[in-house]
Design a protein. Structure first.
Length: 246
């Protein structure tokens, strides 16, 4: 029995399935990574802009970058990987999808029971934050509206509701993600699973008895620490698994 068939057998018998996704899931949709030599924007790196310090220094510049990113992502569509995971969220009795992506494509594909570790590029919150503006909400910007937008509650600048470099993950979201490692099958899809605390979820799932699976075209730090490695693009491997479990 090859690895794909073995994983398919585990999935068929599973009730509790948890999937951790990263940028590789959205690659086939054309979502740019905004990192590396091809990810430069006006000679700024994400590490230069996605920080509280950058926002405090030049909120308008940071918003200009996020509006540009939103425009690019808005033109992208969910791919087969997103569609399979959305279908699994309805199929398995206890399914949790934990994503490190902020692009919103899992939501657009119709995935339920979704945990966003790094927030959403489509949501905003008060930068102060005031009590009423601390909880993120979806922004529907008006064309030509001034940037940065202002909090409707206190008038301070709004910021994208994403986790910036140097910021901690939401404690409640991380708690729910760790609880989801108590599962039958845990998959890391399209992620290097090398940055903590997200990197700790896979070994925690294995320690708790889950069958652990990595789906990635490249070898990662997690490859040696899982039960099965399925090498290939997320959209292809997930489609093969979906077909094999019907």
């Amino acid at each position: 029995m090859d690895d794909l068939a073995a994983v398919a057998e585990r999935l068929t018998a599973a009730r509790r399935v948890t999937v951790l996704t990263g940028a590789g899931v959205s690659a086939a949709s054309g979502v740019p990574t905004f990192r590396g030599p091809g990810g430069l924007w006006r000679q700024f790196r994400p590490e230069d802009l996605a920080t509280p310090q950058a926002f405090a220094r030049d909120a308008r510049l940071v918003w200009e970058w996020y509006d540009w990113r939103r425009t690019l992502i808005a033109a992208c569509r969910p791919n087969r990987a997103h569609d399979v995971l959305a279908a699994w969220s309805r199929r398995f009795p206890q399914f949790v999808l934990i994503t490190q992506n902020v692009d919103g494509l899992h939501e657009r594909a119709g995935t339920s029971n979704l945990l966003r570790l790094h927030g959403s590029i489509w949501e905003v919150k008060c930068s102060r934050p005031c009590a009423a503006g601390a909880r993120p909400w979806r922004e529907d910007p008006v064309a030509g509206a001034p940037r940065p937008p202002r909090c409707p509650h206190c008038g301070d600048p709004l910021r994208p509701a994403v986790v910036w470099f140097g910021e901690a993950l939401d404690v409640a979201v991380l708690r729910r993600a760790r609880a989801a490692t108590a599962c039958d099958v845990f998959m890391a899809v399209g992620t290097s699973a090398s940055v903590y605390p997200a990197a700790g979820l896979l070994p925690e799932a294995r320690q708790r008895g889950a069958c652990t699976v990595e789906i990635n075209p490249d070898v990662t730090d997690a490859s040696h620490a899982v039960d099965f490695v399925l090498s290939g693009a997320a959209e292809r491997v997930l489609d093969d698994l979906d077909r094999a479990t019907r």
